[in-house]
Design a protein around this ligand. Structure first.
Ligand SMILES: [Zn+2]
Length: 282
């Protein structure tokens, strides 16, 4: 359910081809890509809930939400021509999307792609950890079975996980997860420490975190193996990895300009699992 007409994407999603009349009305209300409506403010999306405020239980709302997909699916199947037939053939996404669980960062709304283009994995803080079988399985499946040519790691400003990593406190079980972002802080402390403005520092850490997770993707054996094979056969190393950051306050999606070759070159002798000389030069 799209309560906020935040972002009108171009392409088939913007045209509302795959959505119910209600959703079509929302999408057709704006023709400009990534236009932020008046209701879309950082305040309106604040995740902070006052502890004194009693929880409101709108039973009808919940009921509607839970049964919401039925009429939509019916609408899709009846009105979308060969789309249903294509979907029945199986998935063929162009992107593996790895993003944060934050409710404001919905990849199907943010990304300017067609329905079915995203193979999605989300976790707190958009992390790619070498010990997380969940994300590693998603990567391996997307790369070796679905042959996605692009992998996106998308972070966002005002990220609770990143903010938590600045606090000197034990967050409980999630602390073990957040520690991965503390490690990003340590890795980039030379760049981060001189920044006095807290918000600016937060934004910078969000960006560093996304870049480090992209590097973690590139460190995996299956991605390296697939890129090497693709380069030998087609002259182009695929899948490519992209670093994105969503700004909830501005309603914009930013691609980080990263020189991946430069980023990986220095530690190539550590992380390159398929060196041309077989590793004999060490
Ligand atoms: Zn987040």
């Amino acid at each position: 359910m799209f309560r906020f007409p935040l972002l009108a994407a171009t392409g088939s999603i913007a045209r509302g081809e795959y959505f119910s009349p209600a959703k079509k009305a929302i999408f057709s209300s704006s023709s400009v890509f990534r236009v932020v409506s008046a209701v879309f403010t950082a305040k309106s999306f604040s995740s902070k809930v006052s502890p004194t405020q009693p929880p409101q239980l709108d039973r009808q709302k919940i009921k509607d939400a839970l049964k919401g997909s039925d009429p939509d699916l019916k609408d899709i199947l009846e009105n979308s021509g060969n789309w249903a037939q294509q979907v029945c053939k199986g998935q063929s996404p162009n992107y593996l999307y790895i993003g944060c669980c934050d409710a404001r960062v919905d990849p199907t709304v943010l990304m300017n792609v067609n329905y079915g283009d995203l193979f999605i994995h989300r976790n707190v803080g958009n992390l790619v950890c070498g010990s997380d079988l969940n994300v590693l399985s998603a990567i391996e499946f997307a790369v070796t079975r679905l042959h996605v040519p692009h992998i996106i790691v998308c972070g966002h400003y005002d990220c609770g996980a990143v903010r938590s990593s600045y606090k000197q406190m034990d967050h409980g079980i999630i602390e073990n997860w957040i520690r991965n972002i503390r490690d990003v802080q340590r890795t980039h402390h030379v760049e981060l420490n001189p920044i006095k403005d807290e918000d600016e520092k937060h934004r910078k850490l969000v960006e560093f975190n996304v870049i480090e997770q992209c590097l973690n993707v590139l460190k995996t054996g299956c991605v390296q193996r697939t890129r090497m094979k693709s380069y030998k056969e087609q002259g182009l190393a695929l899948p490519r990895v992209h670093a994105l950051v969503f700004d909830p306050a501005a309603g914009t999606l930013k691609k980080l300009d990263v020189n991946w070759k430069g980023e990986t070159k220095e530690f190539d002798y550590i992380y390159n699992l398929y060196p041309e000389d077989g590793g004999n030069s060490r």
